[in-house]
Design a protein around this ligand. Structure first.
Ligand SMILES: Cc1cc2nc3c(=O)[nH]c(=O)nc-3n(C[C@H](O)[C@H](O)[C@H](O)COP(=O)(O)OP(=O)(O)OC[C@H]3O[C@@H](n4cnc5c(N)ncnc54)[C@H](O)[C@@H]3O)c2cc1C
Length: 342
């Protein structure tokens, strides 16, 4: 059996990895490696148990390839928040060295992991024989194939895993997908030693931050329609929010990233009902390195005929109406989910 994978990010290479474990010959098309950062954050501090379960499983999968580095995870939340849903062992603090909290805020302390995603993806691309070529998705007589480097490449299974380009490639092939691309922004900072120890989700002021190579730190937030570019004064705004927390920070560089999201604020995986051999995995928005590997494993199980009916299954979202990607509450984001439910 042969599987053709279109997209060589965390979702594509891990799906290829699990399909190869299941006995498939895999052919992968990767495009460029899009991870600008040395490491991405994996947190288990998320509002929904299903996501926490995926993050736990993803961490186990990463440990086959690398040893993730632990950092202190800080979620700043309003004091009124009910934390009984947080399935992860945690402490709640009123004060934190190096960060200013107001009396009506608490810091929820857990442990995050820095995953050298770029290294994992590059290694798997090589081991699985991915090429850097871009491909096009095509559908003929109800079956999918890929055209890359002027060749037609067909398989028993075709997996669309092209990140924010999933819905664009599907549309070009005449298919609809309940996924929307969007832009997100991150700023590289030099920060003081105390802040550098923390991976922060500030759900009150609205920014996130995580350590990179010392003394560098990445922080940001926000969402824009594709092609829109960062809002005016973006760097000044994020810098002001960090300084409001008492953190000495110096901005260096603003980067635009590209993501996509499903109508439920999270990722999707499953078989496309209109095409016999086409499977899709995507919509990971800001937490693809947290849940991507575990969802790739589930997709490979589904291809092998052993699927579960979880909330991330594509089939459950096909009837969704068009949505604005910047208006859905991202599932992994405490602040967004709490605000929606408040
Ligand atoms: C600034 C920033 C910071 C982030 N921080 C974190 C974090 O700390 N933790 C976390 O979990 N997530 C984080 N994310 C989100 C995370 O990067 C994404 O969720 C994740 O990359 C999605 O994985 P993916 O494999 O679906 O897509 P991608 O990583 O986008 O991979 C898709 C791949 O497909 C390729 N491709 C596209 N079109 C084609 C084509 N036609 N043919 C062949 N190949 C193609 C692309 O070149 C790319 O290599 C961050 C994102 C950004 C932008």
């Amino acid at each position: 059996m042969k599987a053709v994978i279109l997209g060589g990010g965390i979702a594509g290479v891990l799906t290829a990895y699990f399909l190869r474990e299941a006995g498939f010959d895999v052919v992968g098309f990767g495009g460029e490696l899009t991870y600008p950062l040395a490491s991405l954050v994996l947190t288990q501090s998320m509002p929904f148990g299903e996501d926490v379960e995926l993050a736990r499983r993803s961490l186990e999968i990463y440990r086959r390839f690398v040893e993730p580095r632990e950092v202190v995870s800080v979620d700043i939340l309003p004091r009124w928040v009910d934390l009984s849903r947080l399935a992860t062992p945690h402490e709640v603090a009123d004060k934190l060295e190096g960060l200013r909290l107001s009396p009506d805020e608490v810091a929820v302390i857990t442990r995050d992991y820095l995953i050298p995603v770029r290294r994992v993806v590059a290694r798997l691309r090589k081991e699985l024989g991915f090429t850097d070529s871009y491909g096009l998705l095509k559908v003929e007589d109800g079956r999918a194939f890929v055209v890359a480097d002027g060749r037609r490449v067909g398989g028993d299974v075709v997996v669309l895993a092209a990140g924010y380009r999933n819905s664009i490639l599907a549309r070009e092939a005449g298919l609809a997908l309940p996924l929307e691309p969007y832009e997100c922004y991150g700023v590289l900072y030099i920060v003081g030693r105390r802040l550098w120890r923390y991976s922060i989700g500030d759900h009150v002021l609205g920014w996130y931050g995580r350590p990179a190579t010392p003394p560098l730190y990445i922080a940001g937030d926000g969402c824009g329609r594709l092609g829109q570019g960062p809002p005016p004064n973006y760097v000044r705004r994020i810098t002001a929010l960090m300084r409001q927390r008492g953190a000495p920070v110096l901005p260096l560089y603003l980067k635009t990233g590209y993501c996509e999201v499903g109508p439920h604020g999270g990722p999707l995986y499953g078989r496309h009902p209109a095409v016999e051999n086409l499977y899709v995995i995507g919509g990971f928005n800001g937490y693809g390195s947290m849940v991507g590997p575990a969802l790739a494993e589930r997709l490979a199980e589904l291809v092998g005929g052993r699927g579960s009916g979880d909330v991330f299954r594509l089939e459950r979202h096909l009837d969704s109406r068009p949505f604005n990607p910047c208006e859905v509450a991202e599932r992994h984001d405490w602040g967004a989910v709490l605000l929606r439910n408040a």
